[in-house]
Write a protein that binds this ligand. Structure first.
Ligand SMILES: Nc1ncnc2c1ncn2[C@@H]1O[C@H](COP(=O)(O)OP(=O)(O)OP(=O)(O)O)[C@@H](O)[C@H]1O
Length: 249
């Protein structure tokens, strides 16, 4: 298991957003977090690269280990963690820079400056994000000249350029049209051959289509975690059954 979460509690001030979460996430697979709005999906996703750290009043108990290391231990460097664990958000958020400079941004930050090396990395990352063919002749153009779906694939390329092991996707298709969504879903299936992908989706059908494992949350708790086919065809918990059959949420 590449990610091991044990007895995780997360509080925003007085409010407990995650309750006693125990969860293991296997390597090179797609894990989807589903559940009604406000159940803690994004909060849990954000604990995996310590994105909650900067929110005032957040308190965390329990452990989150990635590749066997407790990421909340005092000797864990957040910069190192973020290199291992990339993230793609709901809204595509390319920097106001060229397509090339967006992808080269992370590697440059980590000290890679040789042009030939960067060229190679930019091409490789754009190819991995299924964007190379569309942009190879316009690399110097502003990232903002791309369509929303292309911008999101650019953000995936930017995340891949620092060569992470894990990619977190927080409702990364919910702002996109159906064709762009399908492209990113196909890309996700391709990427999980090499990366561990953890995604939040409010769309159960998307979880059923592309994830290997699904985790159902309710009120900050993990109700059920299972392989996707099992969870959708024969859930163990009545609350999972009610949710996937559309009785609430
Ligand atoms: N920065 C914050 N400060 C205080 N409370 C927060 C903060 N972020 C989230 N919460 C609360 O924590 C709970 C879980 O929120 P979270 O965003 O993780 O849910 P979610 O399942 O991802 O919801 P959605 O599907 O609507 O995005 C909610 O009750 C939310 O209001």
């Amino acid at each position: 298991m590449i990610i091991e979460i044990e007895k995780l509690q997360l509080y925003y001030g007085e409010f407990q957003a995650l309750k006693n979460v125990d969860l293991s996430i296997p390597e090179r697979s797609v894990t989807a977090f589903i559940g009604p709005s406000g159940c803690g999906k994004s909060t849990l996703l954000r604990t995996l690269n310590r994105m909650n750290d900067s929110i005032p009043g957040v308190r965390i108990e329990g452990t989150v280990s990635i590749q066997g290391r407790d990421i909340y231990a005092s000797d864990t460097e957040v910069e190192f963690l973020r290199k291992r664990v990339g993230m793609v958000f709901q809204q595509p958020n390319p920097f106001p820079k060229s397509i090339y400079d967006n992808v080269a941004y992370g590697p440059r930050l980590h000290g890679r400056t040789k042009k030939a090396e960067l060229d190679e990395l930019v091409e490789k990352s754009l190819r991995s994000a299924s964007l190379w063919e569309e942009v190879k002749d316009v690399l110097k153009k502003s990232a903002w000249s791309l369509s929303g779906g292309q911008q999101q694939r650019l953000c995936i390329a930017r995340a891949l350029a620092v060569e992470p092991d894990i990619l977190l996707m927080d409702e990364s298709t919910s702002a996109l049209d159906p064709i762009s969504t399908t492209k990113i879903e196909e890309l996700t299936r391709e990427l999980c051959k090499q990366y561990t992908i953890v995604m939040v989706t409010h769309n159960m059908h998307q979880a059923a289509r592309i994830s290997d494992r699904t985790v159902f949350f309710l009120n900050g708790e993990v109700v059920e975690a299972a392989d996707t086919q099992t969870l959708f065809s024969s859930p163990v918990d009545q609350r999972t059954e009610d949710y996937i059959s559309g009785r609430f949420g």
